[in-house]
Structures are given as structure tokens and as C-alpha cells.
Design a binder for this molecule. Sequence first.
Ligand code: HEC
Ligand code: HEC
Length: 280
Amino acid sequence: MLSRVLGALVVWAVFAGGVSNAAGPSDAVASSNAVGASSAVNSSNAASPSNAAAPSKAHAFEDTIAERARPCTLCHGAQGRAGPDGYYPRIAGKPAGYLLHQLQNFRDGRRQYEPMAVLLEHLGDDYLREIAGYFATLDLPYPPPQPAAVSGAVLERGRRLVAEGDAARQLPACAACHGSALTGVVPAIPGLLGLPRDYLNGQLGAWKAGQRRAHAPDCMAEIVQKLSPDDIAALTGWLAAQPLPANTHPAAALPAPLPLTCGGVPASAQAVNAAGGAQR
Ligand code: HEC
Ligand code: HEC
């Protein structure tokens, strides 16, 4: 499995490099790729005979976005629906701006996961925008929710924090930004449903430890600093146990202006409802 992933990534990285450097017409791109990809694959073959079939694969490699996205699905599951456990997150159907920002975050060191950082190291924003746009358009069903793993009282605490926040601590409701249906808001706020508890715990923990950051000002970092470990357990226990609504798409606009400024959310999308006309 690992050598298959690495083999595909070598081809992909060479191929992506060829495309992003090329200024010429598309057949020039194709021929320079064929040379670049097969020579890179040949040299890696010398060290690892198990890749012997790779050169012919490189020739069959077509320049379609679905083909370029294929190596991503080796980790992120078929069509980016998520890996088999809580570790490889779903990427299909998340808002395009959010996906782009995460690709930039891994590339630029605001999120830490070495294989993704290496994969994205030499790719420009335009290329990442294209991949993000591709995964954002995939409209696929979500898995059923996980059975609740925490008590009723803990679930209720989680529900209240999500829906109401905690005014005494100046903690806004999660729903104020992630949308009243919690399916996210275009273009840059992700949904919170359909994600495994382990993944949610991992992300909130990473923010708390300073290992995950978003474009500044990082509103999520401010929020997570106010959450205790018990708050996080209640939030993720409740979120992971919720079924998705019939309409799983991110909302077209915020219900009200954001309670905090978030660097990743374009100014035009932060207060779109000012005139009262942007609600779904
Ligand atoms: C070697 C396995 C692997 C490969 C290949 C891989 N990813 Fe990832 N990706 C991960 C893991 C693991 C995470 C979660 C890391 C973390 O916990 O922050 C992740 C996180 C992400 C995220 C953030 C998701 C979110 O909801 O915040 C995006 C977007 C993403 N990957 C896109 C891609 C794309 C696009 C490709 C192909 C160009 C790709 N990944 C290739 C393993 C991989
Ligand atoms: C002020 C607006 C705001 C509030 C309130 C807010 N969030 Fe967020 N959240 C964001 C934004 C913006 C992002 C995307 C950050 C990025 O680009 O990495 C995000 C991302 C996340 C993610 C990452 C999702 C993924 O797929 O990796 C999680 C988890 C999350 N928020 C949980 C919460 C929880 C739980 C609460 C309530 C306690 C909450 N958020 C409240 C704005 C907010």
C-alpha cells in the first residue's frame, strides 16, 4: 500500500510540476510531462523493483482533474469520502475556499502533516484552487452518525454550546459561524457534521496546542482557548452523533454577521446579511 501511494505521488508531483511550469499549448505540456514523468519513475525503479509497472501507468496518465486528484483518494477514500477510520478526513463537498485554505495551510506550515506538506510543497495557489474546486463539487452521501459515546448530560452540554455558546465566557455559538444547520457556509466555513469524533478531537486539540492555525486573525484559535477539555469532549461527542439534515450542502450565506473576525472568510462574506436579504 505504501509503495503504491508513494509511486502514485511521484508521478503526480512530477506531473503537477510540469503543468504548473508550462506556459505553452497543451500538447507541449503533454510531451514534456511524458519525458519528465517516465525518467523520474525510471530512476526510482532502480531502487525499488516493485514499481516496474509504473512507466506504462505514466503514459496512460491523462490531464483531467479527476486523474490528478486520484492520489489524494488513496488516503482520503474513494472520491474523497474519508478514510476507513477517524484519521483521513472527508474532503468531498466541503466549501471550495475552505479546502483551498487547508491546502495552503499544509503547504505553508499552519497545519502539520508531513506527507501532505511534501505533496503540496511546489504547487501554486492556482493549481490548489483547481483541486479544491474539484473536491468541493463532489456531491456524495455521508455515512450514518456514530452512536453517541457519552452520557445524556454530556450530550446536552455539547448541544447547548453548539446552539447557544456561553455568554458568561463570551463564547459564541458554533452555529453562529458554521451555519444554523451546521453544514458550513460558503465559501470558507466548513460543516461540523459527518466528521468522526476522533477527527474533531484531533483538530480542536491541535488548535489548542498551536499546531493548527488558520489565516489570521484566527477566530477558531480564540474560541478553542476558551474551551476546557470537558467542553471539547461534550462538543465532539454531540457533533459526531448527529445525523445530517436532508440538505447537506453548505449554506449560501451567514444567518447574521460573524461574531468574531475570521481571517479566512472574505470580508464580503462576513456580514452578507446586513441588508436582511441573504438568508436561505
Ligand atoms: C498520505 C496520505 C494523504 C494524501 C496522499 C493526501 N492527504 Fe490530505 N490529509 C491527510 C491527513 C492524515 C489529513 C489530516 C491531517 C490533520 O489531522 O490535520 C489530511 C487533511 C487534508 C485536508 C484538510 C481537511 C479538512 O477538513 O480540514 C484537505 C483539504 C486535504 N487533506 C486534501 C488533500 C488533497 C487535495 C490531496 C491530493 C492532492 C491530499 N489531501 C492527499 C492525508 C493525506
Ligand atoms: C467566529 C466564527 C466561528 C465560530 C463561533 C466557530 N467556528 Fe469553527 N471554524 C470557523 C472557521 C472560519 C473555520 C475554518 C478555519 C480554517 O480555515 O482553517 C472553522 C473550522 C472549524 C473546524 C475544522 C473542521 C475541519 O473539517 O477540520 C472545527 C472542528 C470547528 N471549526 C469547530 C467549532 C466548534 C466546535 C465551535 C463552537 C465551540 C466553533 N467551531 C465555532 C469559524 C468559527
